[in-house]
Design a protein around this ligand. Structure first.
Ligand SMILES: [Zn+2]
Ligand SMILES: [Zn+2]
Length: 146
């Protein structure tokens, strides 16, 4: 259980109380690909048995606030969580099925996009969501319109 011990140490290092549910949640989010809350809850339960949805929400909040996981919430979609934090990557979201994929920062460092008008703000980051159709939905879409 080396991996779990490492995860527990990371939680402790971030100043968080270590619980089996939190360790399982961090492992689940990192192993997954922009998972939603339901998928995370079932992943956690698969690892440690029953955990209430309330505990899952509480752990997601604590780990997000500690910067161990990142919450993304494309407009009109339920929130998703990922373990890739600390870089300035963006996301491409399928308008049809909602699948999400990572897009590396075009420039390599925040804020990636220079605003045409900064209104005197010091700009820290740009959060870009590219919307489109994923390959699978593109095929369905084009076959429907032939
Ligand atoms: Zn799609
Ligand atoms: Zn991502």
């Amino acid at each position: 259980m080396t991996a779990s011990r490492t995860t527990a140490e990371e939680l402790r290092g971030a100043g968080l109380r270590v619980t089996a549910a939190r360790v399982a949640l961090l492992d689940t989010v990192r192993a997954g690909d922009h998972l939603g809350i339901e998928a995370i809850a079932s992943g956690v339960r698969g690892r440690v048995g029953h955990v209430s949805l309330q505990a899952v929400y509480e752990a997601l909040h604590a780990l997000t606030a500690a910067g161990l996981i990142r919450r993304i919430e494309p407009a009109g979609s339920p929130p998703r969580f990922e373990g890739r934090v600390g870089d300035n990557h963006h996301h491409v979201v399928c308008r049809s099925c909602g699948v999400v994929a990572d897009v590396d920062c075009a420039v390599g460092e925040a804020p990636c996009l220079a605003p045409s008008e900064d209104h005197g703000f010091s700009i820290g980051e740009a959060e870009v969501v590219y919307w489109g159709l994923c390959p699978a939905c593109s095929i369905v879409h084009s076959s429907e319109h032939q």
